[in-house]
Design a protein around this ligand. Structure first.
Ligand code: GDP
Ligand code: MN
Length: 378
């Protein structure tokens, strides 16, 4: 789960990390009021769940409350990489001397959290990582020991950060790691970590992603969950207990088992189609679950649907019943290709005979059929 910058900064504040004074606002009037209270120059920052807001025009400086009202009028409601801006963060502007990068994520190969530090922070960090990977110093953290002091010192020296601020930067690295661990984060970044013209160290931006599987014990963070346009269907699927991911294509996919569903996505891709979603009905699904699944997939308004079932614990006849029930209740106008293989396969296929559902013997055949039919009908 992604959280906004203003929320991540609240998490930082909880562990004692300094961030610029500021407040979140949802209207230009509130922005003007907050800017007035803060006094002096402020920065108005779009709060959306994407990076690179600066480059996309989502971050603007202003000198007066009136100007802040004006720029927030441009930012609120703007489309930022496909997302509509509904909130902004209004903060005291800072006089930037240096911009550093601090970040941490899981390194699954190393099975450790990896810490990354660079003196070339700011908006070009992705380019820096590509052009000059050595400019980013890294340290892997042993989960049994935690972040050791020597690692922090090594990171600061390896990255070539200002010697004058070793103490403060050490504090930020340790605190960011503390926030990462206590929030069950999967990513935490301060970019830029700013050294101001008067020698202060401050977190000008912060990004955090929280592990969805930890939300049950992160109640305060879970309360920040927002539904976005794209994830409305995902929310619906979650409520129905389905494992679901929205994708951008036009072929609805239902399968049992994450591996099979991913393979099905690939098969559809190889035939030149694009999947609208990932949906795993899991093992042993009954007719009701299948019906639920098809209902959710139809919300994507796909051009065709592929149901790919490998019957083990899941019975193919249960799946067929569910599909037929759903079809009886929904007015489905697009081709539905069904591949059933394994337990109760013959019974399942018999149920589908004489209906508008299109049988396929193999996954390859199913993928090729659904792509051909889906793109032919519209
Ligand atoms: P991002 O583009 O989404 O990562 O948003 P950031 O908050 O990192 O802002 C992008 C850039 O805007 C930073 O790298 C800074 O150079 C600049 N910036 C952000 N906040 C301030 C501020 O308070 N004062 C000034 N002068 N520049 C800022
Ligand atoms: Mn940033």
């Amino acid at each position: 789960m992604k959280i906004h910058e203003y929320q991540a900064k609240l998490v930082l504040a909880q562990v004692g990390v300094p961030t610029p004074k500021g407040e979140m606002a949802e209207s230009p009037e509130d922005v003007a009021r907050i800017a007035g209270e803060l006094g002096g120059r402020v920065v108005v920052k779009a709060q959306v769940h994407v990076g690179g807001r600066g480059k996309a025009g989502g971050i603007k400086l202003s000198s007066t409350p009136e100007e802040a009202r004006e720029v927030s009028g441009q930012i609120l409601g703007m489309d930022l990489k496909g997302l509509t801006v509904k909130k902004v963060l209004v903060e005291q502007a800072i006089a930037i001397d240096l911009e550093y990068y601090l970040g941490m994520i899981f390194d699954r190969d190393a099975r450790r959290v990896v810490l990354m530090v660079s003196k070339e922070g700011g908006m070009e960090i992705e380019e820096v990582a590509e052009r000059d990977p050595k400019a980013i110093a890294k340290a892997w953290i042993d989960p049994a020991i935690g972040l050791a002091d020597y690692q922090v010192r090594d990171l600061i020296f390896d990255a070539g950060l200002s010697r004058a601020h070793v103490k403060e930067i050490t504090f930020f690295i340790k605190k960011l790691y503390e926030a990462f661990m206590t929030s069950d984060a999967t990513l935490a970044e301060i970019n830029p970590l700013v050294i101001t013209k008067d020698g202060q160290v401050i977190a000008a931006d912060c990004k955090m992603d929280i592990d969805d599987n930890a939300l049950f014990r992160q109640k305060a963070l879970a309360a920040w969950q927002e539904s976005e346009a794209d994830s409305a269907i995902e929310d619906e699927a979650r409520e129905r207990g389905l494992t679901y991911v929205h994708l951008d294509g036009d072929i609805g996919i239902i399968g049992n088992g994450a591996g099979l569903v991913m393979t099905t996505l690939d098969a559809v891709g190889r035939e030149g189609g694009k999947a609208a979603n990932f949906l795993d009905i899991g093992g042993g699904a009954k007719a009701a679950v299948v019906k639920n699944a098809l209902e959710v997939v139809m919300m994507e308004q796909p051009k065709g649907v592929l149901i790919n079932i490998f019957g083990g614990i899941t019975r193919c006849d249960e799946v067929a019943k569910g599909v037929l029930e759903a079809c009886g209740q929904l007015d489905i106008q697009v081709p539905i290709v069904v591949r059933l293989s394994g337990t109760a396969e013959a019974e399942g296929r018999a149920l589908l005979e004489g209906t508008s559902l299109i049988p396929a013997a193999t996954m390859q055949e199913a993928a090729s059929k659904v792509v051909e039919l889906a793109y032919a009908t519209r």
